[in-house]
Design a binder for this molecule. Structure first.
Ligand code: ES4
Ligand code: ZN
Length: 326
């Protein structure tokens, strides 16, 4: 299947690679690794992709992620995603991964990074896709674990194998300020800083991510609209917000797509991008998010092209690469 919106050159800035694990691959990797799954079949697993909130999703997401063990597993997952991403017009991808979800199961962090990086390198060769890895800390784990995880990749950060850090998983109860010193260290290592904020928690999490963590982008950020002073700050600074429409509907942040705040965010002059978050769980990859946005809000083709250009502008790509993608 193809669609004119797939053809727009675009960047993906909010994509959890573990969230691209399709049910078929969950079963294939479980078999390859000799693991028992608590699901009867692919269809059984697919029938469970219905969520009441962020946590109900995270529980299934981390359970399925446990089939990832070997470097080849991480490679196969990422290569399958990048092939699909290419078919939906993605030219540049800054990809999240959750190292602690894997190291807690005894998988060495270099195994994870080696697999992801090899697939990205191959996609550059095959498709010309550029991008990099953003390592997310799970905010519900102790800050000491985040520190240790960061120190364990200091050499790879210096080598450019990781381009930034992020903050994800359970939001409510885990304010950004907890991670202030971790982010200071990440900046000292030359890493870009982003964080999930204002997905389920309020605008104060967005403010904390800007003030304490010095974030260059905010992931989701949809609840910023509850605070007019914050909206003005985001407009004036043009700090990008990586919005994930299908994700927010599927996690019940809004009841229907028609109620999604995206049009209000654009009207407020915010630098908004469209992203897929966890496409295999939320019913669509990035092009599908663009399609649902156009279908729901009736944006014309120029408005959709402007959103695609926002994604390039908001990326950490070099000025030369951004010029190529314009
Ligand atoms: C996530 Cl949608 C979302 N929010 C927070 N953490 C996540 N990890 C994977 N997807
Ligand atoms: Zn996310």
């Amino acid at each position: 299947m193809t669609h004119p919106l797939y053809d727009l050159p675009k960047a993906e800035l909010h994509l959890h690679i573990e969230g691209t694990l399709e049910p078929e691959m969950v079963f294939a990797l479980a078999e390859r690794n000799g693991l028992e799954l608590p699901y009867e079949s692919v269809d059984d697993l697919r029938s469970r992709l219905q969520f009441t909130d962020l946590q109900s999703f995270l529980d299934l997401y981390y359970a399925c992620s446990a089939v990832l063990r070997e470097e080849q597993d991480f490679y196969d997952l990422t290569a399958a995603y990048l092939r699909k991403a290419h078919s939906q017009g993605l030219r540049h991808i800054e990809m999240f991964f959750d190292p602690q979800a894997h190291t807690e199961r005894g998988v060495p962090i270099d195994t994870v990074i080696d697999g992801l990086k090899r697939a990205l390198d191959d996609a550059f060769e095959e498709f010309g896709i550029t991008g990099g890895l953003i390592m997310c800390f799970m905010r519900n784990l102790p800050v000491e674990s985040a520190f240790a995880t960061l120190e364990s990749v200091a050499d790879r950060a210096a080598a450019g194998d990781i381009i930034g850090v992020g903050l994800d998983s359970t939001e409510i109860g885990y304010p950004p300020e907890i991670f202030e010193l971790v982010y200071a260290r990440a900046r000292a290592l030359g890493l870009h800083c982003v964080a999930h904020a204002g997905e389920e928690a309020g605008p104060e999490f967005v403010e904390g991510s800007l003030d304490a963590l010095k974030c260059e982008r905010i992931d989701h950020g949809i609840r910023s609209l509850q605070n007019p002073a914050l909206v003005e700050r985001l407009r004036a600074s043009q700090v990008p917000l990586t919005v994930c429409p299908l994700s927010t509907v599927r996690l019940k942040g809004v009841e229907t797509m028609a109620e999604h705040p995206l049009p209000r965010m654009l009207e407020a002059g915010l630098l908004v991008t469209i992203n897929s978050d966890d496409p295999s769980y939320f019913g669509g990859y990035v092009g599908d998010n663009y399609i649902t946005v156009q279908d729901t809000f009736g944006f014309n083709d120029a408005a959709m092209a402007a959103l695609a250009m926002n994604s390039v502008a908001a990326s950490f790509a070099s000025a030369a690469r951004k010029a190529e993608l314009r």
